[in-house]
Design a protein around this ligand. Structure first.
Ligand code: ADP
Ligand code: MG
Length: 620
């Protein structure tokens, strides 16, 4: 309403003129006019619009409500200012960035159709860039008359009529490509990013139609904000039109986010709490107790996972090579030992965690695939797999031993170089996979054979195993003391759970919140999971420790000892990678204390962990 009154009393184009004059001074406008014969797009920052007083706010509102009118108005203003010519109107795009209000994919509703939206997500699929016809010109095969351009809409090819306007004959029409207009087109699919999902929700997706100068500007795995007009089109089921409509976004601008963890907001109070925690002398055991507290024991695994969550420091070498900071970990264990449970818990602690299974993961598998399917309407489509979607985060891959062959070979590159290269048909691409991998696997025969050497029962080639910084063997040998403790622990969590459920239905005598809290103690994390996530994000953002000489010596000496002890017949080779692993783990250990130095205590801590792991698989 307000917007209509506003439009009645003011000249909107004049307002756009004023706005543009504010953005570009006279000299800049002259420059712009010189650029526009080649330039395709003018970008307008939405924040500037909002900062342009009451009128700016009204224009900003109009953009959301009537995007097409706004784009035409801006072009009018550009023509009036002499920046573009009349004839440039069709060719030039007005693009808007940095919208303040973002819509979640799952919250998109029909009342937003034909409005301007900004949707956040992670790019899952992209097709090749191919020309699409936007205005088709036909020729009558009877009399040779050329028709005027016939506009084509998204998705379906439309032929104008069956009767030639000139000769009045019913006639086949032939497309004349050289008189028709084409545009570069690409289709994308984005999905909700993992940090926005709670408790195992399936990510939802939306498709994006990208044209002209925006095509080819993003790759699967990119975190993007897509700005554009929400469009709908009618579904067709086997030739008949349905009453259901599908939606997509007609893309106006793509913003690619590069920064790590910017989604995690850390307040000043959080910061103070994090600093206090980091100075606690029991911080390492506190952290271990905050990882999957309902799972009993496995303290060594939990300590190692803590280091993995904090991670080491990635480094760019002077020769251009890249050293990863992410720590890869593998759990090989008997069934029913809570591996899956652990993985599911840990992805929730990681600020960007993805849980997937080597066996049942999506068609794109762990790395990436190129396929020609109906999504691309005959074009090749590149689809990101789990490790690419987990870029800058953590991928927890259950049943890693069951992954398919193609992934197995691609995993080498994905883990060490942290890239995924695809060269297939028309598609060549290198995607980023800068994530920490936490894998779980069963032994070769499903469970460990007590009488065979453990190391030989891991179902993975040495080349792959050597890329893990830590490999844990989890055996389920009956041990009455431990079994008793686990049983107590499991039964305890179950009975507390029962109590909570019961109390929901009716009051239980003697059971109040304080009582439940008391009972829950052993299965409640020491550090609240939300704060824990922030702690990790904060450490990764602010803490970049260096190794003190004493710690360096300790790591070096241990590595030399390892090389001496290593049994070359074992499947897990001791290579220079172990030394790099020690450095990364040391850095992670220092980060937990928010320390700027990796000290001797860090070195000792990580040597102990690495030694526990290697003792079982690399030497005796
Ligand atoms: P895996 O993936 O190793 O085969 P799961 O993660 O599916 O095993 O675990 C099986 C069940 O046993 C889970 O419900 C888990 O909570 C329980 N469990 C196994 N070990 C423990 C433990 N140490 N503490 C608590 N629960 C456990
Ligand atoms: Mg399992």
């Amino acid at each position: 309403m307000a917007d209509r009154e506003y439009a009645d009393v003011t000249d909107v184009v004049a307002d756009w003129e004023k706005f543009l004059k504010r953005q570009y001074n006279k000299k800049e406008r002259v420059e712009l006019a010189k650029e526009f014969p080649h330039k395709r797009s003018l970008y307008i920052d939405y924040r500037n619009l909002e900062a342009f007083g009451r009128r700016g706010l009204a224009l900003a509102d109009q953009l959301v409500e009537k995007p097409e009118k706004v784009m035409a108005d801006v072009k009018d203003a550009l023509v009036r200012l002499g920046i573009i010519g009349e004839k440039d109107r069709r060719r030039v795009h007005i693009r808007f960035t940095n919208l303040t209000r973002k819509t979640k994919i799952r919250d998109i509703r029909s009342n937003q159709i034909n409005t301007f939206v900004a949707v956040e997500g992670i790019l899952r699929k992209t097709t090749e860039v191919r020309p699409r016809i936007t205005a088709a010109v036909f020729k009558c095969l009877e009399c040779g008359t050329i028709t005027p351009p016939y506009p084509q809409s998204y998705g379906k090819y439309q032929e104008p009529f069956r009767v030639c306007a000139q000769c009045q004959k019913k006639t086949p029409l032939e497309l004349v490509p050289e008189h028709s207009t084409f545009v570069d087109a690409q289709k994308l699919r984005i999905q909700e990013s993992p940090e926005g999902l709670r408790g195992g929700e399936q990510p939802q997706t939306i498709d994006i139609d990208v044209t002209d100068d925006l095509t080819g500007s993003s790759a699967p795995g990119d975190r993007v904000v897509i700005n554009g007009i929400l469009r709908s089109f009618q579904r067709v089921n086997g030739g008949t039109k349905s009453t259901l409509f599908d939606i997509y976004v007609e893309c106006n601008a793509i913003e690619v986010a590069e920064k790590e963890f910017e989604e995690v907001n850390i307040s000043e109070e959080d910061e103070a709490e994090i600093h206090e925690l980091s100075q606690d002398d029991k911080i390492y055991s506190k952290i271990a107790r905050s990882i999957a507290p309902t799972i009993y024991g496995n303290t060594d695994v939990k300590e190692a996972v803590a280091l993995q969550l904090f991670g080491g420091i990635p480094k760019e070498m002077p020769d251009g090579s890249h050293l990863r900071g992410d720590i890869h970990m593998l759990l090989v264990g008997d069934p029913g030992i809570a591996k899956s449970q652990l993985l599911r818990y840990i992805v929730q602690l990681s600020p960007r965690g993805i849980y997937t299974s080597g066996k049942s993961s999506t068609s794109a598998g762990l790395t990436a695939t190129a396929v020609k399917d109906e999504f691309g309407d005959g074009r090749w489509t590149l689809e990101a797999g789990a490790l690419v979607l987990a870029d800058m985060g953590m991928a927890a891959v259950d049943e890693l031993d069951k992954m398919d062959k193609e992934d197995r070979s691609a995993l080498h590159e994905a883990m060490e170089q942290q890239t995924v290269s695809i060269a297939k048909a028309g598609i060549t691409a290198t995607l980023k996979s800068r994530c920490a991998l936490l894998g779980a696997a069963n032994p070769k025969m499903g469970r460990f054979d007590e009488y065979a050497p453990i190391a030989e029962q891991i179902n993975m080639p040495p080349s792959l195993l050597s890329r893990f910084d830590l490999i844990f063997i989890m055996t389920d040998k009956p041990d009455s003391a431990r079994d008793m403790a686990i049983a107590e622990h499991i039964l305890k969590s179950h009975s507390v759970g029962e109590l909570i459920e019961k109390k929901k239905r009716m009051p239980v005598e003697g059971v109040d919140d304080a009582y439940i809290e008391q009972q829950l103690k052993p299965v409640t994390p020491d550090i609240d999971p939300l704060l824990f996530r922030k702690y990790i994000a904060y450490a990764k953002r602010t803490c970049f420790p260096t190794i003190v000489p004493e710690a360096k010596e300790a790591l070096r000496d241990y590595y030399l000892k390892l090389r001496d002890l290593a049994d070359t017949n074992k499947p897990v080779p001791v290579t220079a990678r172990q030394l790099e692993a020690l450095v990364r783990l040391g850095e992670a250990s220092a980060r937990i204390r928010l320390s700027q130095t990796v000290d001797i205590e860090d070195a000792k801590r990580v040597i102990k962990i690495v030694d526990t792991c290697l003792r079982q698989v690399a030497y005796d």
